[in-house]
Ligand binder design. Sequence first.
Ligand code: A3P
Length: 309
Amino acid sequence: MEEIIKTLPQHTCNWLKGKITMYKYQDFWTIKHLLEGGILAQQSFKAEPNDVFLCSAPKTGTTWLKSLAFAIVTREKFDESTTPLLTKFVHECVPFLEKSQVEEHENNRKNLSLPLIATHIPYASLPESVISSNCKIVYIYRNIKDVIVSHYHFLREGLKLPMEDAPFEEAFEEFCHGVSGYGPYWDHVLGYWKASLERPEKILLLKYEDLKNEPKSNVKRLADFIGCPFSVDEEKAGVVDNIIRFCGFENMSNLEVNKTGKRNGSVTENRIYFRKAKDGDWKNYFTNEMKEKIDKLTDEKFNGTGLLL
Ligand code: A3P
């Protein structure tokens, strides 16, 4: 592993006081321990046909998608007063491919009948068995400008750097150059988008903003796609609305586990996964020049796709 990593292009993030180094592997950038986990998954992870992958670039709504999918899949086992989401951090309820052990997936599959596995790995670099087993994939993406702001605060807060010590302009420039978690972001979106055109029955794309604006239809789409559709009776009984409310930002960000908890063995506080969840927060950070630059880059990258970020 060390041998592979040593040969890769590296980038040390100056705006983070050099505290983070990213490595470029198979055309995407990431940090070392996630890269190691990703390579290990490529080498040894064996997907099963019923596995459902929750895929995303960081800061696009991963936490939200995981809680919704978890609540949907486990709704017959748990209700709002018993769901593990009350006491366990979302990212520990759904295993993360790059970080978890094979046994964890097997236990989840067996004990919880939980087929969910999350990953940030770009489509082209997913472990081969995910594609050959024809697994379902849900992909969430989000407005790039809000992703840039979210990414900035997440890294900064993770390192406990105050804003005055972490220049946003530099973070922005780095992101534009493609150096972001699992970036370039455009390529990440394009990879899953293209795959969804080729295999629409196996790959569902959800947009963060659509999920926000029309939660009911999108949560039902998600449940249908995962293979756990809501019955008419469930809908009448308010099950869909309850899941939407429970997994909503207001509720999740106020749960004790998400306000004050930390993951096992981690220094990262759970609360940094719940910042503002406001569409258009970028307007508080971008200059006109930044807006023009990112819009131009996005137009070029997405030319002819009809995708809007
Ligand atoms: P902001 O930084 O804009 O607030 P990820 O889960 O992929 O790391 O993305 C984190 C972003 O999703 C953060 O955005 C966070 O606040 C937002 N978020 C977390 N939980 C959410 C929820 N339940 N509903 C909507 N947005 C949520």
